[in-house]
Design a protein around this ligand. Structure first.
Ligand SMILES: [Zn+2]
Length: 126
């Protein structure tokens, strides 16, 4: 991969990471507002706080996962293994990285692993 492309992917990942951290902080502020009594009349006070906590947990789960994926991709950039499939060692096409900047697998390996995973879960047909 060209150094110039690597830099642009790195900037995109760092921007995305910053967005995630910011939206998480905004969500936390939202929960605080609820706790401080700025409640929505739709909910009972306690239910409102529970609901807000629930949303924050939901949000943080997927955000934490995405942040972890971004961090892993940034680490692979430093190790100069970014853009290389961890399964077969082949190059991940730039179009795929464009769509999924923290992809660790090329489309073929991702598809194969997904098939294997689904295959294991599928009930045996006799
Ligand atoms: Zn591969």
């Amino acid at each position: 991969m060209h150094a110039r492309d690597l830099v642009s992917f790195k900037q995109r990942l760092q921007r995305r990471r910053l967005d995630l951290v910011r939206s998480r902080q905004a969500a936390e502020r939202g929960v605080l507002e609820v706790r401080e009594g700025r409640t929505d009349p739709e909910y009972e006070e306690g239910a409102q706080a529970d609901h807000a906590e629930y949303l924050l947990n939901q949000l943080s789960d997927s955000q934490q996962k995405e942040i972890a994926q971004i961090d892993a991709a940034l680490a692979r950039m430093d190790a100069r293994t970014y853009g290389i499939c961890v399964e077969c060692g082949g190059e991940i096409p730039p179009e795929r990285l464009e769509a999924l900047p923290y992809a660790m697998l090329d489309a073929e390996c991702a598809g194969r692993l997904e098939e294997e995973r689904v295959g294991v879960m599928r009930a045996p047909t006799l």
